[in-house]
Design a protein around this ligand. Sequence first.
Ligand SMILES: Nc1ncnc2c1ncn2[C@@H]1O[C@H](COP(=O)(O)OP(=O)(O)OP(=O)(O)O)[C@@H](O)[C@H]1O
Length: 252
Amino acid sequence: MSADAKVPLLKASAIHKSYGDLSVLRGVDLKVTRGECLCIVGPSGSGKSTLLRCINLLEPIESGRILFEGDDIAGAPKSRAPAVRQRIGMVFQNFELFQHLSARDNVALAPVKVKGMSRTQALERAQMLLEKVHLPDKGDAFPDELSGGQQQRVAIARALAMEPALMLYDEPTSALDPETVGEVLQVMQELAEEGRTSIVVTHEMGFARRAADRVMFMDGGLFVHEAPPADFFSPDATVPERLARFLGRLSH
Ligand SMILES: Nc1ncnc2c1ncn2[C@@H]1O[C@H](COP(=O)(O)OP(=O)(O)OP(=O)(O)O)[C@@H](O)[C@H]1O
């Protein structure tokens, strides 16, 4: 194993974040190694999305440190944030595609604008990525001609187009019709199995069980339990009472 492989890709320590009087992250520690798929689960309002937004520098933290590829990204000048975001792909709940662009152009846009790739090359790569997310024939379609599940897969292809070292998924299936959830989770699982490092905030326990290397439970702005999925979901495992309740193992 190279020295580089031993350094965690992401190491967040003692992260604090508040909105006004509301303390949302209360000293969060998180380490992600290369190739790992980490699922974060927890009750609504526990701070999961906020943590992803802090990692991606969409929100400033109040204290703590976020080391990404060995760099202190949260402590760096704001002007470095776009460069960091090129290395960290994010997939949002509501896709956030450009409505006036075709699926292929949505995927090709950032490589041309940000990386300076030629349009021809970017479009070729976009087609390849659309094939990867099982949408080989949808390159010319506009977002409003696609189902939610198809739009979310275009959004995943768009994030991959920047060749990020880390993918963040913020509840990527919670805005979808139930019948399209599976196709998005399937693509995410295939990417995880290829060894793409990812952090997935999700309410899909089946996905966490199948695809995660580690599952972490957040409650009240802190991680209170983590385990490999086989242990995390084992009915025999000893877990904090709050997690047992979350998993429906205790009466409310
Ligand atoms: N921009 C903001 N301004 C003020 N409060 C916010 C903001 N973003 C989040 N919050 C609050 O911070 C808390 C944590 O929100 P967050 O979205 O991180 O939780 P979550 O665990 O992702 O919840 P869910 O599973 O419902 O998405 C909530 O009480 C939320 O209302």
